[in-house]
Design a protein around this ligand. Structure first.
Ligand code: ATP
Length: 521
């Protein structure tokens, strides 16, 4: 099945099984805003817990924070968001569709890259084992020509973005004959800057009200609380503050389901350090964060780093962790070396000292910051896209069948255990309820007695439940049940009193956190 079809099926699946709904659907929806349903919210909470525990439990010097969404408007002047949190916007006059000019150019770059990779793959097939990829890339004329085109465009693009040269961005679009995907024409408007912050009013009267912004990132709530946390927690450098919370961006083009939303959630950690140690900590957090992703077991080959050449106004170095979504490699997390830009700016705009006194050297200074910034909705999408499988299987009678299964990491699955009495009589529901009452304090369990066992298994596969147990007549005799494993569909007979430890082994958060130490650099 084509990748686009799989992605469409995934979106439909998320709705059908209560993971994600379009916001305000009964009013035909609100673009790029989504609600998480009964299973989605469980999965989301589990992802949050994995991130939170990995930050707070595993790092003695990282503490949490929950700051408000509304902040004093000066915050955003100081942070640079009022003046510089813009995306370059362009309209196609024929289709009346709006695009980000940088996205159009990046897509063109991706096409050139794809052409090169296609040549390489073709040659790999042709030459088999004797294929020397490096030599081929250096000598094949078509590859060389496309690589030159790519490098030239990339250089010009980075320069235009760094210089905020909107006229050249438009010229690039014209020179490279980039067309509107809808109208197919090159009838473009000029490129304009568009600020992504949502504004609203605080206060009851028109005269007395103040224009405030919905935060476009959670980080600033951490910076303005730096001194509060440092003093009250008696924190010594280096130390980190972690926060999970909503952020809002009026994205020009909202696409790809929950990948780019106008209201989303971030999990950010700002690590305060001594100036001069930023390179070391940047490398350290790059490594730690990549391990966190890999421990989920979604396939190491699906990750890569992408180093930024165009840096945000605050950054000295920046890299993205990219994941291979069904629509290609895309950013899920940013790791940024932010210097003393943010604290320095807030110190300037507030007139309050935001310094650290180092008792060892008797010096005061504004700390530097390395940030890790992960989009909760994007990691959610990453996990469900990797977990979604439409499989051909065989029924017990040998007939061909298909099943849709969410192979979610067991720790993150919304429901850990489904408790299924074989029939609705002979005391089996009562025994099942008793098992449920015993285990419900440890795991999210679901009791189901409707429909055949096969159909009940399918429903649990579809929401990613790692374990199902079936209570049958034998249970009444020897207190054993059948346990069925989601991925292999294999079944074992086990004693009821062994269930807790069998299940806990795979679904306790600690099992995932412990994996982090075992992942190689
Ligand atoms: P992009 O280039 O995709 O717009 P960004 O570089 O602006 O992202 P950051 O400002 O670094 O993103 O934000 C940190 C993280 O927040 C991103 O890595 C992403 O996971 C998440 N994020 C940013 N914008 C959105 C959005 N509109 N919807 C969902 N998640 C987002």
């Amino acid at each position: 099945m084509a990748k686009e079809d799989v992605f469409k099926n995934l979106i439909a699946h998320c709705k059908e099984y209560g993971f994600i709904f379009q916001s305000s659907e009964i009013y035909d929806g609100l673009s790029a805003v989504y609600d998480y349903g009964q299973n989605g919210v469980e999965l989301k909470n589990n992802i949050k817990k994995y991130w939170w525990d990995s930050m707070i439990l595993l790092n003695e010097n990282v503490v949490g924070l929950d700051s408000a969404i509304f902040m004093h408007p000066k915050t955003w002047k100081a942070s640079g968001h009022v003046d510089a949190f813009n995306d370059p916007l362009i309209d196609n006059k024929d289709s009346k569709k709006r695009y980000r000019a940088d996205d159009l150019i990046e897509e063109h770059l991706e096409k050139l890259e794809a052409k090169i990779e296609k040549e390489v793959e073709k040659a790999r097939k042709r030459f088999g084992d004797s294929f020397d990829e490096k030599l081929f890339r250096e000598t094949n004329t078509r590859v060389i020509a496309n690589k030159e085109k790519y490098d030239e465009l990339d250089r010009r693009f980075v320069k235009a973005m760094n210089n905020n040269d909107l006229a050249d961005l438009k010229q690039i679009i014209l020179d490279y004959e980039i067309v509107c995907p809808i109208s197919g024409t090159r009838n473009w408007t000029d490129v304009r800057q568009f600020n992504l912050m949502f504004a609203t009013e605080m206060g009851s009267t028109a005269e007395g009200s103040m224009k405030i912004f919905l935060r476009p990132e959670t980080a600033q709530g951490i910076f303005v609380n730096y001194i509060n946390v440092q003093k009250t927690g008696r924190m010594k450098l280096p130390f980190g503050i972690a926060q999970i919370g909503k952020a809002f961006r009026n994205e020009i083009v909202a696409r790809q389901f929950i990948f780019r939303m106008r209201e989303f959630e971030q999990m950010e950690m700002q690590y305060f350090i001594k100036p001069g140690t930023e390179e070391e900590w940047f490398e350290y957090w790059k490594n730690v964060r990549m391990k966190w992703h890999k421990a989920l077991g979604l396939g190491d080959e699906n990750y890569r780093f992408f180093d930024h050449e165009k840096l945000a106004h605050y950054a000295r170095a920046a890299t993205d962790i990219e994941f291979k979504f069904p629509f290609g490699f895309r950013e899920v997390e940013g790791i940024h070396s932010r210097t003393d830009f943010d604290l320095g700016q807030h110190q300037k705009f507030s007139g309050k000292k935001l310094q650290y006194f180092d008792p060892e050297t008797n010096e005061s200074f504004v700390p530097y910051v390395v940030e890790t910034s992960l989009g909760l909705d994007r990691i959610f999408l990453q996990i469900i896209s990797a977990a979604f499988h439409e499989e051909e299987i065989k029924k017990e009678n040998g007939e061909a069948d298909t099943r849709v299964v969410f192979k979610l990491p067991p720790v993150l699955a919304p429901v850990k255990l489904a408790i299924l009495p074989l029939v609705k009589k002979d005391g089996l529901p009562e025994i099942s309820r008793k098992i449920m009452n015993d285990l419900k304090y440890d795991f999210n369990c679901q009791y189901e007695e409707k429909d055949s066992i096969g159909r009940r298994y399918r429903r649990q596969d579809a929401i990613g439940t790692p374990y199902c147990i079936t209570i049958d007549h034998q249970t009444t005799e020897d207190n054993t049940v059948t346990i069925r494993y989601r991925d292999s569909m294999e079944q074992d007979r086990v004693r009821v009193d062994k269930l807790r430890s069998i299940i806990a082994d795979k679904v306790d958060m600690s099992s995932l956190l412990k994996k982090l130490d075992k992942i190689e650099d």
